[in-house]
Write a protein that binds this ligand. Structure first.
Ligand code: PLP
Length: 405
């Protein structure tokens, strides 16, 4: 089999729709086109039944006690906005303080920024060099006015998985709500909202082999029953939390994607970790001065983020047109600033600019990984050969070796 290029290794930005997901969706564009809110005829009932099934599939994957706790949205950006702004408004009487983290997705950070303009106080927790928040620091940041903790399950750039269960336990102890943007984590490693004490959870279909524009927010319905002010008002769909005619094909696709992830999660994680380690070892055994960004073990199976000292990530990308990777997240790649996530883990500008994110996924093959290793080693070596700084460094280390022998 010949290798098809470009090779897709940007699965944190989006994933291909699994053919089985597409098959499940197709009838809902054509013969089963009904509006799920039409209660008076079979077209509506059929669409409503499909939405019900999807609600159960999503609820099951994240361990929600009831499918009624799932609110369908247009994706994780909307879910994050609804969770954070919705809680801030509904709990205004209780307090105005929210704690989040500097490496969150922009959907969380920018929602907090807007709330700060309207009188909320926001604490942005720093992270350690491995991308983890510090639990003592989190505990110390909680005040009488704190109503919400919003900490992501796994980071979209460096793959670090936060100590979700401990955060959930702390939130319960302090009687504060806990929202987690679990967009990168859902379907990739086991997440259970009850066992982890999560009160609100954001997810999206297109990061787990479902369609774009379809996501959900889990909203705890019991112990405590979370109150949420709506952001989109209209026909009172989704228990009044999110009005608008439901995107039935998108919701069916999200449900099917959840079902498949649940069935295949453990085997898929194992396979991706093996491929990721192959990629890492292949590159590190042939190149020096490569830094691994993110946590060594507590990281997403398909994530590898590397800084190649002495070169610029952008130049490397230009040389690697046959491999689709990215320097930062897709959401911020329009800007020329180094990634705020890499800055937050303490990287100097040079190393932040020299980072490449490899995102492996369900359809990544071993042949593709081997090709990628070969091409990355070639390109990095070529660029370094042109770098005076790298040359000077090599001369210095050769001189030092000479002295020793
Ligand atoms: C992709 C992503 C989002 C945004 O999801 P959309 O469905 O594209 O709006 C939010 N948070 C994280 C961590 C993501 O990776």
């Amino acid at each position: 089999m010949t290798l098809q290029t470009p090779i897709y290794l940007d699965n944190h930005a989006t994933t291909a729709v699994d053919p089985r997901v597409l098959d499940a969706m197709l009838p809902y564009f054509s013969e089963r086109f009904g509006n799920a809110a039409s209660k008076s005829h079979a077209f509506g009932w059929e669409a409503d039944a499909a939405v019900d099934t999807a609600r159960q599939q999503v609820a099951k994957l994240i361990g929600a006690a009831s499918p009624r706790e799932i609110v369908f949205t247009s994706g994780a950006t909307e879910s994050d906005n609804l969770a954070i702004k919705g809680v801030a408004e509904a709990y205004r009487d209780k307090g105005n303080h929210i704690i989040t983290c500097v490496t969150e997705h922009k959907a969380v950070l920018d929602s907090c920024k807007v709330l700060a303009k309207h009188g909320c106080e926001i604490t942005y927790l720093p992270v350690a060099a491995d991308g983890m928040i510090d639990m003592q620091r989190l505990r110390g940041a909680i005040t009488e006015k704190t109503i919400l903790l919003s900490i992501m399950a796994a980071n979209n750039e460096i793959g670090t998985i936060q100590p979700i269960k401990e955060i959930g336990r702390l939130a319960k102890e302090k009687n504060i709500l806990f929202h987690s943007d679990a967009t990168q984590g859902v379907g990739k490693f086991p997440i259970n909202v009850d066992a982890m004490g999560i009160d609100l959870l954001s997810l999206t279909a297109h990061k787990m082999y479902g369609p774009k524009g379809s996501g959900a927010l889990y909203v705890r319905g019991n112990k405590p029953k979370v109150k949420l002010a709506s952001m989109i008002d209209g026909g009172g769909h989704e228990n009044g939390m999110r009005s608008g005619t439901l995107n039935v094909p998108g919701i069916v696709g999200l449900g099917k994607a959840c079902e498949l992830s649940q069935q295949e999660m453990s085997g898929e994680a194992e396979r991706l970790i093996a491929l990721r380690e192959r990629l890492k070892d292949g590159i590190l055994s042939q190149l020096d001065d490569v830094r691994i960004n993110g946590h060594a073990e507590q990281r997403l199976p398909g994530n590898l983020n590397l800084s190649f000292a002495y070169i610029e990530g952008e130049s490397l990308l230009m040389g690697l047109k046959d491999i689709a990777v990215s320097t930062g997240s897709a959401c911020t790649s329009a800007s020329l600033e180094p990634s705020y996530v890499l800055k937050a883990i303490g990287l100097a500008d040079e190393l932040a600019y020299s980072a490449i994110r490899f995102g492996l996924g369900r359809f990544t093959t071993e042949d593709e990984i081997d090709y990628t290793i070969k091409r990355v080693v070639e390109e990095v070596s070529r660029l370094r050969a042109m770098s005076p700084v790298y040359k000077a460094k090599q001369d210095r280390s050769q001189a030092a070796n000479g002295k020793r022998s």
